[in-house]
Design a binder for this molecule. Structure first.
Ligand code: E4P
Length: 226
């Protein structure tokens, strides 16, 4: 399973990509606002200098024509972008037109199997089911990912499933078990994925044993001489 970083903060992307685990990045207007990046092109160029994988950039238009125009502008940057399109009727029209032009799309705000099926049929490169937001309203978000993985495999859709709106490390584990192609993960969750208290205890114990051994070495050498 691939891991995308769900952030527009370049420092987070730089740090995580130095670990060799980042296959792509997803942004949205809220994440850009949180990072204070009003100049989207400059932000995406900086991100593209750090990661090879696709970088999702979201349109803000609500008509197919507007979305396509924005998407063409993103494509003109000649970076590895995927255009995030909202799951609406206009969005589907835009996905169909962009697929015909060979522009990658990521259909976002997907909350049901029927929505994802339509997005895949329209030619979406990615669909983003929002697991955490479904959990928030009392539906099992991961059930949607599981259903989509089964259905897309059965029918041979090439659309990749991005488990989005990830809130904690177990969401990532469950997304992998459910058959998501990708999990897009906030930096705080990625950081928690690498931590385990037993790892910290283990390192501490190894260091203490090593220091104890070093303290014994001179006396052991002295004893050998006698
Ligand atoms: C990613 O593509 C989504 O925009 C993001 O995961 C949404 O996460 P949220 O529900 O925490 O805002």
């Amino acid at each position: 399973m691939k891991i995308f970083l769900d952030t527009a903060k370049v420092e987070e992307i730089r740090r995580a990509s130095s670990w060799g685990v980042v296959d792509g990045v997803t942004t949205n207007p809220s994440l850009l606002a949180r990072a204070g990046r009003a100049d989207v092109e400059t932000a995406i160029r900086e991100i593209a200098s750090l990661v090879q994988g696709p970088i999702s950039v979201e349109v803000i238009s609500n008509t197919a024509e507007g979305m396509v125009e924005e998407a063409r502008r993103f494509a003109s940057w000649k970076l590895n972008t995927a255009v995030k399109i909202p799951m609406t009727e206009e969005g589907l029209k835009a996905v169909r037109m962009l697929a015909a032009e060979g522009i990658k799309t990521n259909v976002t705000l997907v909350f049901s199997v029927p929505q994802a099926l339509l997005a895949a049929k329209a030619g979406a490169s990615f669909v983003s089911p929002f697991v955490g937001r479904l959990d928030d309203v009392g539906q099992e978000g991961m059930e949607l990912v599981r259903d989509l993985a089964r259905i897309f495999t059965h029918y041979g859709f090439s659309t990749e499933i991005i488990a989005a709106s990830i809130r904690h490390p177990m969401h990532v584990v469950e997304a992998a078990r459910a058959g998501a192609h990708i999990a897009t993960v906030p930096f705080s969750v990625l950081t928690r994925m690498l931590q385990h208290p037993l790892t910290d205890v283990g390192i501490q114990r190894f260091l203490e044993d090593w220091e104890r051994l070093q303290a014994q070495v001179p006396s052991a050498a002295g004893a050998a001489k006698v």
